[in-house]
Design a protein around this ligand. Structure first.
Ligand code: CFM
Length: 482
């Protein structure tokens, strides 16, 4: 590929401790330096704290409208959300008007210079009232501080409290201005605490069963939640609340009535499971449903809690038998292929083992945007010797990883996809997915199929053809010179 290694004098010395190569003989127990602010000068791939709360935690709630207190940019960029599909159903039997609401509408206060000077609370008030009028079918209104309003110190909570009473619906303020933490992870934290403090315990569910669970940290990316929901239903377990995939505002209010919480994304949502356990004595277990082996083990662990092991075993046996022939096919095609996983954090430790165990693929590089120490410990445990682990890589480092480790494929997000393609390397999206769901038994087959289709896409052979043309040009030039 037409790629030149970067000169050594362009290295940023502070970046050195953010990188670690797994070495079993290393007695230091080292992990990359993480969860600190990005080294100035680096083109990071991270998001901000506001993105963490709105883009991850609250954006999936289907019957609310979001009012972003910001100049127009944060609102515009806050509008695009993850691919979390929504069903129209609400717990009371009502339906949200999907045609106009599946986008999960967002409004902004469009702050201008004078608002920054004189304060923006009047505009916030006015915008929330307008949102209530425009979207009468919503159950609640969520409003967000951003960098500008965090700096001018508008009292979001005061406005929210006053308008809750005036409108007669919950108005919840989320105070995670972009600068309030080094990454989107800070926004996850604020989202968990705000939703717990303001909502959990404020409403009662229409009915309960002895088999009710909270499914926490599951955002229904491309239908993941619905795969799990189907499994749980069959086993005899009822998802009382999800946090927050395809969830309604009220479901969060009655999370205190579940018998058990499951924590799926343990980076973004363990906080609320801890808070619920502490206050309401509801235990939680950490779960992982990526890959057939983890899925089977974790379904069994949950079933065991309720004495429903037989049902779980039946489901597991049937689903494994169903996917095995296709798994064998993909294994034959993918065995020995190398990969680099780049996600926010958890998918970096969810994916390497199943890809190795079921498809024979080797993870040679792992990098994350916002993982913390506990996540890096898990990553370190689950990757092979010699794998490079990089915290918050900048775009030059992304290219360098490809150049040095030469993965056959990259599993990453949209920002990295086209860098990879330009360097002639296939890439499968694992944040929003290509053709999900990717979770559960059939989900893992979808992932395997997307990896297979990307690696074996004939386009990569055409790139070699281009190189040949360049070579030929070189040769003909030499011939002319000669
Ligand atoms: Fe949790 Fe997620 Fe992730 Fe995440 Fe994300 Fe995501 Fe992710 Mo992209 S909630 S931490 S903030 S598992 S959007 S669905 S894929 S970076 S590893």
């Amino acid at each position: 590929m037409p790629y030149e290694l970067f000169e050594v004098d362009k290295e940023i010395p502070e970046r050195k401790n953010h990188t670690y190569v797994k070495d079993l003989a290393d007695p230091t127990g080292e992990i990359p330096k993480c969860n600190t602010k990005t080294v100035p000068g680096c083109m990071t791939e991270r998001g901000c704290a506001f993105a963490g709360v709105k883009g991850v935690i609250t954006g999936a709630v289907k019957d609310v409208v979001h009012v972003v207190h910001s100049p127009v940019g944060c609102t515009t960029y806050g509008c695009g959300s993850k691919r979390y599909p929504t069903s129209p159903d609400l717990p009371n039997g009502d339906k949200i008007p999907v045609d106009q609401f599946n986008l999960k509408y967002i409004m902004g206060t469009d702050l201008k210079e004078s608002d920054v000077v004189f304060g923006g609370m009047k505009k916030l008030r006015q915008s929330i009232l307008e949102a209530a009028k425009e979207f009468p079918f919503v159950t609640a209104i969520y409003t967000y501080a951003t960098c500008t309003t965090g700096l001018i110190g508008d009292d979001m909570d005061a406005v929210a409290k006053e308008l809750s009473e005036e409108i007669g619906k919950d108005v919840i303020a989320f105070n995670a201005p972009g600068f309030s933490g080094p990454t989107q992870s800070k926004g996850h934290h604020v989202g968990n605490f705000t939703l717990f403090n303001k909502l959990v315990g404020t409403k009662e569910p229409p009915e309960t069963t002895p088999y009710d669970i909270n499914l926490i940290g599951e955002y229904n990316i491309d239908g993941d939640l619905w795969v799990l929901q189907k499994y749980f239903e069959e086993i005899g377990i009822n998802i009382l609340s999800t946090f927050t995939g395809d969830c309604s505002h009220d479901e969060i209010c009655w999370m205190h009535r579940a018998k058990l919480s499951l924590v799926r994304c343990q980076r973004s949502a363990t906080y609320i499971a801890d808070l619920i356990e502490e206050k309401y004595n509801i235990p939680y277990i950490k779960v992982d449903f990526f890959g057939p082996k983890y899925c089977a083990e974790n379904l069994m662990a949950v079933a065991k809690h309720f004495g429903l092991e037989e049902n779980a075993q039946k489901l597991i046996d049937r689903e494994m038998a169903k996917i095995q022939p296709k798994l064998d096919f993909y294994r034959e095609k993918l065995e020995g292929k190398t990969l680099w996983v780049f996600s926010g954090g958890p998918k970096n430790w969810h994916l390497p083992e199943p890809l190795k165990e079921h498809l024979g693929m080797e993870t040679v590089a792992v990098s994350t945007m916002f993982e913390h120490e506990d996540g890096y410990e898990k990553i370190k445990e689950r990757v092979g010797e010699g794998t490079v682990i990089v915290d918050d890589p900048n775009s030059l480092e992304l290219e360098e990883i490809i150049d040095v480790y030469k993965p056959d494929i990259i599993l990453s997000g949209i920002k990295e996809k086209y860098i990879a393609h330009k360097l002639g390397v296939p890439c499968v999206l694992i944040h929003s997915y290509e053709n999900g769901p990717y979770m559960g038994f059939e989900g893992f087959l979808n992932l395997a199929q997307d990896i297979y289709a990307s690696i074996y896409n004939p386009v990569w052979n055409m790139l070699e053809f281009e190189e040949t043309i360049e070579d030929e040009e070189e040769t003909s030039k030499e011939e002319v010179k000669g």
